[in-house]
Design a protein around this ligand. Structure first.
Ligand code: 16G
Ligand code: ZN
Length: 528
């Protein structure tokens, strides 16, 4: 085996890649050795944790020519930080050092090589689109012994996270199959929507932009489980358009306009997934043709309001919090803190940071403004809910709330943000509350905002603190930003180096769109 490994999938000499915020992501042509080595690393991680590990081949919202890979830890969470470091080391080891690098990890982590390994592998639609002669998963297979792995084929990223968690909790979280996933989520959806009265066909109808990616295929697979309680028109299903090109959640959020390829009438409730279906944003156009975006912040507000009301009705004293990042619109934070009166935490960008912060509460709702998010329930919260749902000595209102909360727990994919699961939850909440998308949008008004990216010679020169809201280097940059921000009303701005692209990102918000645009522009000049 050692000799085989040495010569397989050689790394181009000198190529350096980093396991970033969401794994490796770059042009698909540069990933041959990475796929192979991540297969090896996944097997080691599995031996170390004595559990099943996930490997997802995706580059999310990146353009079609990119690909990527990330590892999923036993409970369906992101790979732990130390192992992200191993992944980067292994990726950048020159070919002749590969065996030594692997042995180093085995030694450092005291891995028992006789322990069996088990790895679940999934992929989005990318490699098919690129029509690679040799599928990227083929390279993974070289790294993991075939008998040790399950190849799920085409799945969304959150579906793979879900399967890994199901496997390692021995079915307690659900069945580790796609069928198990659809039936758990859809049954919960049907339970929840039983509580909605007299829904019209319009209320049951939703337009979904699948970003020409995996999400569209999976929504189609799920449809029959929904028993027409949700009627979905799928656009950008990959049959014509290019993956993520002028469509998908990232495009809609950043461009603040509808995707191409969608046929929407004024007032229609629409949503967009990203390329691997772990993000979702909603939108509609009003009667004047004006576009309205309901992003991750609006989603977090809707969900946390719903949950808080149910907790009160159920008489459950559980600590609920919303976790956001610096990108959260100032209006959303203000509304959550001052009107909703829930705890709000801000963390660095990247799902793992939000996820960890949310774990500190009984009910932790986390969303990035870009639409990635979910809700976490602590073990004790789930137990209390269970007891209440089974109690016989409580009034009907409490009982009803407890049952609704239980179905809510079941509809949510707690392992990671999941466009399909979030969509079902949002649809159920709107149905139960009898709320239109316009009414949801009117809960608070977003402050106008602008995002820009700036190319610099070395983005690592920018270092930040306070959950990326302040720059500590280069010297003078933060002072310059502060001075610019003071020129505008209700303004806020920050800069941070991207974790996925070789750019610096600039965010600005203010009371008017013109001011937000001007501030973003001025701050980007200060970054040079
Ligand atoms: C990755 C992150 C996403 C984050 C984005 C920021 C995961 C699974 N994904 O896509 O949460 O918002 O990076 O990208 O963690 P940036 O650093 O380029 O702004
Ligand atoms: Zn994604």
């Amino acid at each position: 085996m050692a000799e085989e490994i040495k010569n397989l999938h050689p790394k181009p000499a000198g190529l350096v890649l980093q396991y970033g915020t969401a794994g490796f992501r770059t042009n698909a042509n540069q990933l041959d050795h990475i796929m192979f080595r991540m297969g090896l690393l996944a097997a080691l991680r599995s031996k170390k944790t004595k559990a099943t590990i996930g490997v997802m081949v995706t580059a999310s919202h990146n353009p079609e020519e990119d690909n990527g890979v990330k590892l999923v830890d036993p409970m369906g969470e992101m790979l732990t930080a130390t192992w992200e470091g191993f992944a980067t080391q292994l990726a950048n080891t020159e070919q002749e050092e590969l065996l030594t690098a692997l042995k180093d990890i085995v030694k450092k982590e005291e891995i028992n090589m006789n322990q069996e390994a088990s790895v679940f592998v999934g992929k989005d639609t990318r490699y098919i689109i690129l029509a690679h002669k040799q599928a990227n998963t083929g390279k993974l297979k070289d790294g993991i012994h075939p008998l040790l792995s399950v190849y799920y084929g085409l799945v969304t990223t959150p579906q793979l996270h879900y399967m890994v968690c199901c496997k390692n909790t021995h079915g307690k979280y659900g069945d580790a199959t796609l069928e198990g996933y659809y039936s758990k989520l859809c049954q919960a959806f049907l339970q929840l929507t039983k509580n909605a009265s007299n829904r019209t066909d319009d209320q049951k109808h939703l337009c979904v932009d699948g970003a020409n990616g995996i999400g569209a295929l999976k929504v189609r697979e799920m449809e029959s489980h929904l028993k027409k309680e949700l009627q979905i028109s799928i656009f950008n299903d990959g049959s014509e358009g290019k993956l993520n090109h002028q469509c998908g959640a990232d495009f809609v959020k950043v461009q603040q306009k509808p995707p191409t390829g969608i046929d929407m009438n004024s007032g229609d409730r629409c949503c967009s997934f990203d390329g691997d279906a772990d993000r979702i944003v909603y939108y509609y156009t009003d009667s004047q043709g004006l576009f309205h975006l309901l992003d991750g912040d609006k989603i977090a507000t809707l969900i946390s309001t719903f949950l808080k009301e149910l907790l009160v009705q159920a008489g459950l004293d559980l600590k609920i919090a919303v976790v956001q990042t610096a990108y959260a619109n100032g209006s959303s934070t203000h509304y959550l803190e001052n009107t909703m009166k829930v705890i709000v935490r801000c963390t660095k960008t990247g799902v793992k940071h939000l996820h960890h912060a949310a774990q500190e509460f009984d009910v932790g709702v986390y969303f990035e403004a870009n639409g990635h998010g979910t809700v976490l329930f602590s073990k004790s919260a789930e137990e209390k809910l269970q007891q209440l749902a089974e109690a016989t000595n409580i009034n009907d209102e409490r009982k009803k709330a407890a049952l609704l909360l239980q179905s809510t727990v079941n509809i949510i994919n707690q392992t990671v943000g999941d466009a399909i699961s979030d969509m079902l939850l949002i649809e159920a909440i709107l149905a139960i509350k009898g709320m239109t998308v316009q009414q949801w949008d009117a809960i608070y008004s977003d402050l106008p905002n602008r995002q820009l990216k700036v190319k610099v010679s070395d983005r690592r020169l920018i270092e930040t603190t306070d959950a990326e809201r302040r720059a500590v280097s280069p010297a003078g940059l933060q002072e310059a930003i502060d001075t610019l921000v003071k020129k505008y009303s209700q303004a806020r701005s920050f800069v941070r180096p991207s974790g996925t692209e070789d750019v610096v990102r600039v965010y600005a918000e203010a009371n008017t769109q013109e001011s937000a645009n001007a501030l973003a522009h001025e701050v980007s000049l200060a970054v040079y």
